[in-house]
Design a protein around this ligand. Sequence first.
Ligand code: NAD
Ligand code: UDP
Length: 314
Amino acid sequence: MGNLKILVTGGAGFIGSHLCRRLLEQGHDVLCVDSLFTGSKDNILDLLDNKRFEFLRHDICEPLTVEVDQIYNLACPASPNHYQFNPVHTTKTSVNGMINMLGLARRTKARILQASTSEVYGDPEVHPQTESYWGRVNTIGPRACYDEGKRCAETLCFDYYRQHGLQIRVIRIFNTYGPNMHPNDGRVVSNFIVQALRGQDITIYGDGSQTRSFQYVDDLLGGMTAMMNNTSDFTGPVNIGNPDEFTIKQLAEKVLELIPESKSKLIYKPLPQDDPKQRQPDIRLAKEKLDWAPKVKLNEGLLKTVDYFRRTLK
Ligand code: NAD
Ligand code: UDP
């Protein structure tokens, strides 16, 4: 694969900024498009004077005319706090934004990868979640703007594939963490680390028995680029996540172990509505089709993330 011109929407966000860096390292030209709603120029500051990197402040709900070979569509607020702030705009980003990016892919004959989510499984009755499970989402709850938006985005990808022969790739990302998460993002890993470093109480929602399976961002990048570049016409959807499952209480205890000087205590707050009780990816499909599996254990990834927050909170 030679040098490609690659569009990364949401490229100034947590995952997008890592992806831009990885693609530049691989020798590609990167166009980062971001509205800066939850992302920040700080995440891409070191890339701004790279001649192969361009940044464009733009909302994907508006059409975009550029020439590209590949599109990674990551634009969408991902933390419950942020996606519930303007829920109508969240749905528009997943639906109108997806249509705009699929239209762009159609015109330029670019391959497009959609960053879908384990949230399409909702509060699942099947455990671990396989790609063949259709999910259990409350269509009218506070998480629906994100979950249903992402479900519809998948539908649009597959309709453009069937109707227009587009080259699509759909990955379902499970909870991912790492450096460049926004300190006030509200997601559990960043919340717990920031609270522990600041000596604030660690806020466990509910009794902390709900589970999540946490993937370090480097592992996700491997799965994401392997999926984009698979030449076997494998469209997905495919789960990309780390199957090591933990309760939220266990996560809080681990964070405190890694920050031994912390004086934080665990406190319990009400569980948000429709909060999924359990989540663990079945990754057999990714192993079989992409020869991919995550490598980074939770302790190792948390240490790197703690280091990052120690530096940035100073
Ligand atoms: P993030 O909030 O850090 O990044 C999202 C980026 O998209 C931000 O830079 C934001 O400014 C930008 N954005 C939002 N709406 C936009 C719009 N309408 N037009 C242009 N830019 C817009 O979140 P993240 O964790 O980096 O997530 C990236 C993608 O991965 C999202 O699509 C998310 O749904 C998906 N995902 C993430 C996780 C995870 O655990 N981090 C899990 C599943 C799926
Ligand atoms: N959570 C928590 N305390 C926090 C933030 C989140 O206990 O300060 C819980 C939340 O209720 C959920 C889990 O951690 O059960 C993961 O939440 P997050 O918002 O990170 O992701 P999602 O719910 O979308 O998986």
